[in-house]
Write a protein that binds this ligand. Sequence first.
Ligand SMILES: [Zn+2]
Length: 68
Amino acid sequence: MRGTIIKCSNCGALNRVLFEKIHSNPRCGKCNNYLNILDRPLDINFSQYIDEVENYSGYVLLDLWSPT
Ligand SMILES: [Zn+2]
């Protein structure tokens, strides 16, 4: 069983979601809130880096750029 861990944006609980269930609107096991599934790139700035990248429990693909 392969899957990923998704943090609930409502209560912060970590939820294991199987890959085959990821497109069926999974809900948090603690608060029943719908989990936010990233299905597109997320544009973040430096202040969001730790929360969005370092604290993410799954794999992260980074595309870094500088305006200068
Ligand atoms: Zn929750």
